[in-house]
Design a protein around this ligand. Structure first.
Ligand code: PMP
Length: 433
């Protein structure tokens, strides 16, 4: 038998040539080589439960998707300047998923690109640059999507390095923000109004507003009730475009809703989507109204070499078919509700559990040292994640204080796997950290 490759030596090789700002999970990560449904397997055959992979919504190694990709690759792959059926079919399917009026689609390769393009559409449509965004947000790494990202967990310098067209408003975090509970909506809406008044004193013109419709980056916290209705109205009153970043929370993950904006009872002007829509294949889209899409022509044509390629469209169409045929949104709802109840029960027993946020298979367990002061249990969260790895569960922290477990597994998560996760977390909380 050939000797197993040395995982530590391989990690050293990675550090040699792979640029440092590209971080990896864990100081001593397992070297994984295979995936199946919600499980990953390392080179020694050890199984891990993947509770963090928000991209692979169908699960790892899906045979129907692999077969569709292989077939399309062997038939044709080119770019969307050519005429082929898949680009028409996929655009049609995406438009059918969006609310009425949002019938025009751009196909790109990632969430960052989708948000970048959405911001450029807002600029082109309004003829101005000012964008409102939320503090604690992450929207991508490209120039414009990064500009509206203010999460200090992702970039410690974020708050001092935003360009002057970015106007972040207070994060409407009803758990630990300056205003708490359901009645806090009016205060968070007032904060947006105050920001708009500040803007009036300068140039005053507004291109748009971008936010996640369930606050994924902050730990899966729903926005306060009525928040988006009020903010979208204020933005539209100034001619601005409302962009819903559904990259992480949209496409069925919430179980109870296909899109996060449904939870707020609003319809955005632009939807951005990526991640799960390709199940890991680079795929993203912007869905909007015809007149907003057409405005881009003022700035030139749009072309993406692989956005909307036959292979990408085959992936997108097959993912939608499998989502439907395997009732994965329904699974996210039932297994997600069950898991949330189990996690809430842990909160009854362990004071470290400050709250369980989210819905469907987008949940966040927030750890605090004190339920009154809400002091974030950052080091404890890191230690818990490391211990979970030893026990066979992949889990990572999120939020500006890195004290929230970001629970976003494949949507095919079995009830038994949800129970395994809750049991192992209970064991870790019982052991201490
Ligand atoms: N928006 C949100 C809400 C995200 O979570 C992410 C990725 N974490 C992005 C945009 C960027 O997507 P991508 O990594 O595909 O560029």
């Amino acid at each position: 038998n050939a000797p197993l490759p040395d995982a530590a030596a391989l990690l050293d090789r990675r550090q040699c040539h792979f640029a440092r700002p590209q971080k990896n999970y864990y100081r001593k990560p397992p070297e994984i080589e295979r995936g199946w449904k919600e499980h990953l397997f390392d080179v020694e055959g050890r199984a891990y439960l993947d509770m963090v992979n928000n991209v692979t919504i169908l699960g790892h190694g899906h045979p129907r998707l692999s077969a569709a990709v292989a077939r399309q690759w062997s038939l044709l792959n080119t770019n969307s300047r050519f005429h082929y059926a898949a680009v028409a079919e996929f655009s049609e399917r995406l438009a059918a998923l969006a609310p009425e009026g949002l019938d025009t689609v751009f196909l790109v390769n990632s969430g960052s690109e989708a948000n970048d393009l959405a911001i450029r559409l807002a600029w082109a449509h309004t003829g101005t640059r000012n964008m409102l965004s939320l503090l604690e947000a992450y929207h991508g790494w490209t120039v414009a999507s990064d500009a509206v990202s203010t999460s200090i967990a992702d970039n410690p310098q974020a708050l001092t390095t935003r360009p002057d067209w970015v106007h972040p408003v207070v994060s409407p975090n009803t758990y630990r923000g300056p205003f708490r509970g359901e009645g806090s909506t009016v205060h968070y809406v007032d904060a947006v109004a105050a920001k708009l008044r500040e803007l009036d004193e300068k140039d005053g013109r507004l291109a748009g507003f971008i936010c996640e419709t369930v606050y994924g980056n902050a730990g899966g916290i729903p926005l306060p009730p009525g928040y988006l209705k009020a903010v979208y109205a204020m933005v539209r009153a100034r001619g601005g475009v409302c962009i819903a970043d559904e990259v992480q929370v949209g496409y069925g993950r919430l179980g109870h809703y296909f899109w996060g904006f449904e939870e707020q009872g609003v319809v955005p002007d632009v939807i951005t989507v990526a991640k799960g829509m390709g199940n890991g294949h680079p795929l993203g889209a912007v869905i909007t109204r015809r007149e907003i899409a057409d405005a881009l022509e003022k700035e030139g044509y749009f072309f993406s070499s692989s956005g909307g390629s036959p292979v990408s469209c085959a992936v997108g169409l097959t993912v939608l078919d499998i989502l439907h045929d395997e009732a994965l949104q329904e699974n996210a709802r039932t297994v997600g509700d069950h898991l949330k109840a189990r996690l809430q029960a842990l909160g009854q027993k362990y004071p470290l559990v400050g709250a369980v946020h989210g819905m469907g298979l987008y949940l966040g367990v927030e750890f605090v040292r004190d339920r009154e002061t809400l002091e974030p249990a950052t080091e404890e969260t890191a230690a818990i994640c490391n211990r979970l790895l030893e026990l066979g569960v992949i889990m990572q922290p999120t939020g500006d204080h890195l004290n929230v477990l970001k629970i976003k597994p494949p949507l095919c998560l079995a009830r038994e796997s949800a129970d395994f996760f809750a049991d192992v977390l209970a064991k870790v909380l019982e052991e201490g950290w």
